[in-house]
Design a protein around this ligand. Structure first.
Ligand code: FAD
Length: 388
């Protein structure tokens, strides 16, 4: 069945594949320009779902990301639900805490709830009468020649949809990007790092934060690292990064405690020994991948943005922020070239690939620095790059 035909009205049909952070924001950018926007998201509507699965519970929103939110009038709404983090708080093995500020006085990044951010962006996209959100639509195939896309539905049926422009915002394992691999002169590389990550929770204590809230807490331990970002409900979400083989060595609750006793002793009473023994085994550690590719477009039909174009390892805290910035850069080029996709898409590749690749390299460099150097040296470096 063909659901909608391209170029029916005056404005072209833009299909945004992926209703995650970048896709939902991008839908607003295209809707603001008056395009007929169709978002296709493989998941159900997370605003109605009981359980929302995502890549991390919270994330750090910085200047780049805020600028993009501002463009669609969403900055204050999101900032008001974020928790400012003015500095990193370094936890030494002895339990001593030392702050390292982010840049100048008054500068900060924000801890935001991923699910809430995604929901707010979808709701904003929904307010445009020229936008339609299609959930439970998983892109299976598409044609770079015709712009015809095939989506799988939960009941096993398929739907075909035509668009003038396909915007691939379907994340690190992008189905849109798969078609690019068949094209000559498309460069692609993917690297899994040996580390995995696991999320743990520091609950509120007597209704208050168990640690100082306006910090990004970091426990640097060379091969291992744990960070904690504050949440509005006064909990902290901790993320433990370590090599998969180390995760796998720990097989019992007692071994978890032994490991924490050795490397993160001050975190045991904060997380709670029983919770730690239980939560460590709740979900397996997750992999982290870095994806680089070029070009970001095919002809005048398709363009990649966000993690679909550049998945980065999270040690620089800029994956989403860079994806949000993609939307502004594209928007500016749309102004420059009068929305002529045949000129806009190549220019977007020309301008954006070097910057996104630089962010991917910085993120990987931070990861390598973290493993290779002693704590003090690593943090001098971190201070210099002024991020996580
Ligand atoms: P995604 O968030 O992956 O969204 C892709 C969407 O596409 C999903 O909704 C998915 O369901 C949908 N989809 C997938 N396949 C299909 C298909 N075939 N058809 C239709 N829909 C499809 N970034 C920061 O800026 N700051 C941070 O502090 C930060 N912390 C992080 C911590 C961790 C542990 C990790 C793993 C990442 C972190 N990131 C951070 C990176 C950030 O999560 C990503 O850069 C961001 O989620 C990218 O958004 P996206 O919309 O491009 O992709």
């Amino acid at each position: 069945m063909e659901e909608s035909a391209a170029s029916q009205g005056e404005k072209k049909v833009v299909a945004v594949v992926g209703g995650g952070l970048v896709g939902a924001l991008n839908a607003c950018f295209f809707a603001k320009r008056g395009f007929q926007v169709e978002v296709f998201e493989t998941r159900e509507d997370i605003r109605k779902a009981k359980v929302v699965r995502g890549r991390s519970i919270n994330l750090a929103l910085s200047h780049r990301g805020r600028q993009a939110l501002k463009h669609v009038g969403m900055e204050q709404k999101i900032v008001s639900k974020g928790i400012p983090m003015h500095a990193r708080m370094i936890h030494s093995l002895s339990g001593k805490q030392s702050p390292i500020p982010y840049g100048r006085k008054g500068q900060y990044i924000l801890s935001v709830d991923r699910a809430n951010l995604n929901k707010e962006l979808l709701t904003e996209a929904d307010t445009y009468p020229n936008t339609k959100l299609n959930f439970d639509h998983k892109l299976q195939n598409w044609s770079a020649e015709t712009g015809l896309m095939t989506f799988g539905r939960p009941d096993g049926s398929q739907t075909e949809v035509q668009a003038d422009l396909i915007v691939g915002c379907d994340g690190a394992f992008s189905a849109v990007r798969k078609q690019f691999l068949r094209h000559s002169r498309f460069n692609y590389s993917q690297t899994y790092i040996p580390h995995g990550y696991m999320e743990l929770t520091i609950p509120a204590q007597n209704g208050e934060f168990a640690m100082k809230p306006n910090y990004l807490h970091i426990w640097p331990r060379n091969t291992f690292m744990m960070i904690a970002l504050p949440n509005l409900d006064k909990t902290f979400t901790c993320t433990l990064f370590m090599p998969f083989e180390e995760f796998e060595k720990i097989t019992t609750g007692d071994e978890v405690i032994e490991f924490f006793q050795k490397y993160f002793p001050d975190a045991i009473p904060l997380i709670g020994a029983d919770a730690l023994k239980r939560d460590y085994f709740r979900l397996p550690a997750q992999a982290m991948v870095s994806v680089k590719c070029s070009p970001y477009h095919i002809g005048d039909k398709c363009v990649l943005m966000g993690d679909a174009a550049h998945a980065v390892v999270p040690f620089y805290g800029q994956g989403m922020n860079a994806g949000f910035e993609d939307c502004i850069v594209f928007d500016e080029i749309m102004n420059q070239f009068n929305e002529d996709f045949s000129a806009v898409l190549p220019e977007y590749t020309r301008v954006r690939v070097p910057d996104d690749h630089a962010i991917a390299d910085l993120a990987m460099y931070n990861y390598v620095e973290m493993r290779a150097h002693v704590n003090s040296k690593w943090f001098i470096f971190r201070k210099r790059v002024d991020n996580l």
